[in-house]
Design a protein around this ligand. Structure first.
Ligand SMILES: NC(=O)c1ccc[n+]([C@@H]2O[C@H](COP(=O)([O-])OP(=O)(O)OC[C@H]3O[C@@H](n4cnc5c(N)ncnc54)[C@H](OP(=O)(O)O)[C@@H]3O)[C@@H](O)[C@H]2O)c1
Length: 292
């Protein structure tokens, strides 16, 4: 049960808050009492969000808007400098782009690099910027958005898949590094959601994205449950003290029983459940080693 003061006195930086999931998360965090630093390129959309939210301000809540292009090195440096002295308790690395669609060797190389920049390097840079302050305050919650291709091959979406796999591995690694400082780092697999990102795949067409991906995505678009609510609620859970002790995990908003995870904190700490690991024959019930 989330009370309306769950994130009171906290400040959350959310990237990609101008539309899609990021906008949902911003609105939910606001309801839960958090102050917000919202980042995206589209200043007008950020301002619309500001107008809507500031109509229902609770005492002490504030919103800062930062229009920044996470695809540009100098913008990332400017942003990281701008936030490095702020009290940021929660970081949600949500902004991402789909990147080039098609076979890896045929993708436009600068689009490939741009995808790594927005989806992987920018989130890492933001983590690096907020962690010293979190260490000082001995508190922090970092939430990184994963996506299709992080845990399996995703033909025709190599730049996106590589970025998301990299972000999950970075999150697991960082989680161990910052564990002594009461900072947790987790990833969310939100499931397919009806946003611009999903619509881009449909617009690209079956020939470009491949039959399997196209069929899956068109089914999701037609599915009323492909909303953003579950991912938003999971994000709020991971941002709140309700998730204390859970770190270094990749949690699926739709398929994992995250509402009950607080009961399993000790088992989660002691296991590799919800992590990226190599599968060996024994995991599939096969014994290929005569010495075993
Ligand atoms: N939709 C899905 O089915 C799905 C599935 C799995 C994972 N995800 C992940 O969930 C997260 C949210 O996805 P979504 O579907 O909500 O995406 P979306 O609707 O396409 O929104 C992307 C957000 O990122 C921002 N953004 C994009 N490029 C940026 C840049 N260069 N600099 C700064 N901000 C930038 C956009 O704002 P501006 O355009 O204003 O900059 C927008 O607010 C992403 O990490 C995505 O990979 C989505």
């Amino acid at each position: 049960m989330m009370t309306s003061s769950l994130l009171q006195d906290k400040t959350a930086l959310i990237t990609g808050a101008s539309r899609g999931l990021g906008l949902y998360i911003a609105k939910r965090f606001w309801e839960l009492g958090s102050s917000l630093i919202l980042v995206a390129r589209n200043k007008h959309k950020l301002e619309l969000c500001y107008e809507e939210l500031s109509a229902s301000t609770k005492s002490q809540q504030s919103i800062q808007l930062i229009s920044s292009n996470l695809g540009e090195n100098h913008a990332i440096s400017q942003l990281t400098q701008q936030i490095s002295h702020k009290k940021i308790d929660i970081l949600v690395n949500n902004a991402a782009i789909q990147g080039p669609i098609g076979n890896s060797w045929e993708n436009n190389w600068s689009e490939w690099e741009q995808t790594l920049q927005v989806d992987l390097f920018a989130p890492i840079a933001l983590c690096r910027a907020v962690i010293p302050g979190m260490i000082q305050r001995q508190y922090g919650k970092i939430i990184n958005l994963s996506g299709g291709g992080a845990t399996n091959a995703r033909p025709k979406f190599s730049a996106y898949a590589v970025s998301k796999a990299g972000l999950v591995r970075f999150s697991e690694t960082l989680a161990e590094e910052v564990n002594p400082f009461n900072i947790s780092v987790n990833c969310i697999a939100p499931g397919a959601m009806n946003t611009d990102m999903l619509r881009e795949i449909v617009a690209a067409g079956k020939d470009k994205v491949g039959e399997r991906e196209y069929t899956q995505v068109t089914k999701k678009i037609a599915d009323e449950n492909s909303g953003m609510q579950q991912a938003t609620e999971l994000c709020a859970f991971l941002a709140s003290p309700q998730s204390d002790g859970i770190t270094g995990k990749l949690i699926h908003a739709v398929w994992d029983p995250w509402k009950n995870l607080a009961e399993y904190v000790e088992e989660l700490k002691a296991s590799d459940i919800y992590t990226l690991r190599r599968i060996v024959p024994q995991d599939r019930g096969k014994n290929w080693d005569p010495l075993l």
